[in-house]
Design a protein around this ligand. Structure first.
Ligand code: FAD
Length: 443
């Protein structure tokens, strides 16, 4: 098999494999170079394994509250070894499915560590030490990121761990210090506090969850307190006072190894790209955590597809205006667009509408009454942001993203009626609340 391609892609995570599939759909001969398993951080060490663990711990918690639904459930217990084994099965199944998808699309998967030798040439070192030369007209870099380290703290994988190891502990520690109150830290706080671990979150900034709506953060703090998770904000972690295990979650650093010869323009620690995902070198594109201001799998997908299309003659652009996020706390958190604080900072007159899930029939019926939906709109009613804490928040945010992407107004959103009884009614009601005409609350 020849190793000459129209497009070579370095890294088989969400950014890289989305680029490969889109390029193959467009008829290109594509080589995808991956040193580990396809799916990258998202599938193997990130989005999916955390959610597989959270599915079990959330279910466990709900079972403990079964009495509130009139059920009697005694001696509920959780077998952590089985929970981790199930998580591994879910990951393995998805990795296998993705590998099949890559093959069906006619993409050449080249297993090994790639080093870029020049704009059109990559050397791939296979696991047996042999080397392979890949030549390609165009190149997309999608090497992703790795956990950032904390100065003065030596990551040893046992006492001081990162998110990779936190997914595979032999048993829940009795005490876990989590350094970093961002999204990843919060995911692990939820998982391990549900398992009885005494969790403390250390956050050097004045507040946890940067970029999240203030009222949602305040409610999250109350929920964490109820789960006996201690949150120490404005506090630097002292490694000498560590408990059983300390989990460092202080961000992720782009993977630049193997790209050195290109001498690409950087933006801080990230590779610089323009809105077409082009790097400073012609014919070389970069996507995902390697470049992104927002390190999400869905950002990687979108940037990967845009880069592939542009590398093959397209002219698409990317911007960060409408990127949703989801946090799988219990209840979930999700948001898209400007927060109320961000909107107020840029414009004097805004409209906000808030609707509590407790006023919603379906929420009462399901016993999931905590949280609210908040709409933020400009003075003309154009939706600027939507922020949710509550049941199915990560699913509900999809309709808000669609609305913002298409410049819809609160009037239009409110006029799009929803099935009854359903959680989307809470979205409609919050949009109507911004117009002081929600049905099931006093406006
Ligand atoms: P990666 O997924 O990191 O993939 C890069 C790939 O490139 C890797 O497979 C790597 O092995 C390969 N590679 C690197 N260098 C080379 C080389 N020289 N040669 C060959 N191969 C190479 N995002 C969400 O949107 N939702 C979530 O719920 C979510 N949860 C997360 C939870 C955790 C614990 C973590 C750590 C992350 C989470 N993320 C989540 C973030 C998400 O995983 C990343 O944003 C996403 O994986 C980035 O995709 P990528 O393709 O840019 O990079």
């Amino acid at each position: 098999m020849s190793n000459n391609f129209d497009l070579a892609i370095l890294g088989g995570g969400p950014g890289g494999y989305a680029a490969a599939i889109r390029a193959a759909q467009l008829g290109a001969r594509v080589g995808l170079i991956e040193q580990e398993k396809v799916g990258g951080t998202c599938l193997n060490r990130g989005c999916i394994p955390t959610k597989a663990l959270i599915a079990c711990t959330n279910f466990y918690e709900r079972m403990q509250k079964a009495e509130s639904l009139g059920l009697s459930a005694q001696n509920i217990s959780i077998d952590f070894t089985k929970v981790v084994a199930r998580k591994n099965e879910v990951v393995a199944k998805l990795v296998k499915g993705l590998a099949g998808l890559i093959e069906k699309n006619g993409i050449e998967l080249i297993k090994g560590k790639g080093t870029v030798l020049g704009p059109d040439k990559i050397e791939v070192e296979k696991s047996d030490g042999s080397k392979l030369s890949v030549v390609s007209c165009k190149l997309i870099l999608a090497t992703g990121s790795h956990p950032a380290t904390l100065p003065g703290v030596a990551h040893d994988g046992k006492k001081f761990i990162c998110s990779d190891e936190a997914l595979d502990l032999a048993s829940p520690p009795s005490r876990l210090d989590i350094i970093g109150g961002g999204v990843i830290g919060l995911h692990f706080a939820m998982i391990y506090s549900s398992l009885g671990t005494a969790v403390t979150i250390y956050e050097a900034q004045p507040e946890i969850l940067p970029g999240v709506d203030d009222e949602i953060v305040a409610m999250t703090r109350r929920l964490l307190k109820r789960k006996k998770v201690e949150v120490k904000t404005g506090t630097f972690f002292n490694p000498k006072e560590t408990g059983d295990v300390s989990l460092i979650c202080v961000g992720r650093t782009p993977n630049l190894a193997g790209l050195e010869t290109l001498k690409l323009k950087l933006d801080g620690k990230r590779v610089w790209v323009n809105e077409k995902m082009e790097t400073s070198l012609p014919g070389i594109y970069a996507v995902g955590d390697l470049v992104s201001l927002k390190q999400f799998a869905h950002v990687g997908y979108e940037q990967g597809m845009i880069a592939a299309e542009n590398a093959l003659g397209g002219n698409r652009t990317y911007n960060y205006d409408c990127v949703p996020y989801g946090i799988y706390t219990q209840p979930e958190i999700a948001g898209v667009g400007l927060t109320e604080k961000e909107a107020r900072a840029t414009q004097p007159h805004i409209k906000t509408g808030k609707f509590p899930f407790g006023a919603l029939g379906i929420a009462q019926a399901m016993g999931e009454i905590e949280g609210f939906v908040k709409f933020v709109a400009d003075k003309n009613g154009k939706i600027l942001g939507v922020h949710i804490i509550g049941p199915e928040a990560t699913a509900l945010i999809g309709m808000a993203t669609l609305a913002i992407k298409n410049n819809l107004s609160i009037e239009q959103f409110g006029a799009t009626f929803q099935a009854h009884p359903s959680y989307p009614e809470g979205m409609q009601e919050a949009a109507e609340a911004a117009l002081a005409r929600a049905l099931h609350i006093n406006n």
